[in-house]
Design a protein around this ligand. Structure first.
Ligand SMILES: *Cc1c(COP(=O)(O)O)cnc(C)c1O
Length: 389
């Protein structure tokens, strides 16, 4: 294929792996007991904010991830908002977040009245680079018994939010160490990472709190949904309380002891989640198989690398991605044009957060790696039905 230009080469890889288009970037797969469980909700009338599927989904999630507690909520952004509040984020604080993430991560920080403070990424994981973060904090932060302060802005730095981008685990060992040195609670955005493991531990269970998303484009979906994960029983109790309008349990009285949120996951969504979770191992096998097939088909193209799971980690391969060699970065849009033209839905990574209008004034460290990844990365179709596992 060496005589042909890159866009045509990528189109032919996609045709080889996926067959004829059109192929969406990601699609849910409902191949289990979804209809049975939904029917049970409708027949019983338990469709709303309490019901047996909510309880079961929370138990199943805790048991699957190994988190001591899982609290189901209405979406991943709400889960992160509540988790940040529980980690102690307050108005006027700063929260360290990667510039390379989906906007939901950063919006959740804003909902707390806090300011996102952008951090660079590592090439190997696409997530926060712990070494660069440690060096940066050494330069700009002052850490005392009271916590961590940004010497430049005077604001308290209240937390750090690693994001497991496309399901590839962040280098959490070094990150947790740096966070501990600066007394920063870690809240993991594991929205994309159900079924991913860092050194044998499920993503989202290593920080003080973690969260998952079950949006329609994630590996398993509840339509919309999310969950907060924690090992701490008091944080779990508080998580349930503030996401269910802070209502005190009582047979008939409506007593609310603080301003809570209506972030409950409806029982019909949880019913879908229970059915999806039963199929997760099969979904993960299909995603891993698709990565292998992309890897084989791309082997003949020197200038393109498939993004693979970092050493010591197991990735769910939620969203497949390739990196173009630096010399070919300016071909990215031609590849996007040619593939989409042929019905293969590909896309670039998210516009970096510090370049969105509402976040352009936020504090940040130099973001050279994130900017380099943004120029060269392309996501490929990744749905579960594209390979047979
Ligand atoms: C999907 C996602 C979210 C938000 O989840 P929703 O359920 O859509 O609110 C947050 N962060 C990342 C990195 C995501 O991919």
């Amino acid at each position: 294929m060496s005589g042909r230009r890159l866009p045509a080469q990528i189109v032919s890889v996609l045709a080889q792996v996926l067959g004829p288009g059109p192929v969406a970037l990601h699609e849910p797969l409902f191949s289990g007991r979804e209809w049975d469980y939904l029917r049970e909700c409708l027949d019983s009338g338990w469709v709303s904010s309490v019901g047996r599927f909510v309880d079961r989904f929370e138990r199943d999630l805790a048991s699957y991830t190994g988190a001591r507690h899982a609290i189901a909520v209405v979406n991943g952004t709400a889960a992160l908002h509540a988790a940040l509040l529980l980690a102690g984020v307050r108005p006027g604080d700063e929260v360290l977040v990667p510039a390379l993430t989906f906007v939901g991560t950063v919006n959740a920080v804003s909902y707390c009245g806090a300011t996102p403070h952008f951090v660079d990424s590592a090439r190997e994981t696409l997530g926060i680079d712990p070494a660069a973060l440690a060096e940066y904090l050494h330069d700009i932060a002052e850490t005392t018994a009271d916590g961590c302060r940004n010497r430049q802005s005077g604001a308290r730095i209240a937390a750090v939010v690693p994001v497991h981008v496309f399901g590839h685990p962040v280098a959490l060992g070094a990150l947790l160490e740096a966070a501990e040195r600066h007394k920063l609670p870690v809240v993991e955005d594991a929205s994309e990472a159900i079924g991913s493991y860092y050194e044998g531990r499920h993503a989202g269970t290593l920080g003080l709190l973690g969260m998952l998303s079950f949006n329609g484009n994630k590996t398993i979906t509840t339509g919309g949904g999310g969950a907060i994960l924690t090992d701490d029983p008091e944080l779990a109790r508080r998580a349930k309380h503030i996401t269910t309008t802070a209502k005190e349990p009582h047979r008939w009285a409506y007593l609310h002891d603080e301003i809570g949120f209506n972030y409950r996951l409806p029982n019909i969504n949880a019913a879908l989640g229970c059915a999806q979770l039963e199929q997760l191992d099969g979904f993960l096998a299909r995603k891993r198989r698709l990565a292998e097939r992309y890897g084989e088909a791309l082997a003949g193209i020197d200038s393109v690398t498939l993004v693979r799971e970092p050493a010591g980690c197991r990735s769910n391969y939620w969203l497949q991605a390739i990196m173009l060699d630096r010399a070919l970065a300016e071909e990215r849009d031609a590849v996007l044009d040619a593939t989409n033209e042929q019905g293969y839905m590909t896309r670039p990574v998210w516009r970096l957060m510090h370049r969105l209008p509402m976040y352009s004034g936020c504090p940040r460290m130099p973001l050279a790696v994130a900017e380099d990844i943004e120029r060269r990365l392309i996501n490929l179709p990744s749905g579960m039905s594209l390979s047979s596992g």
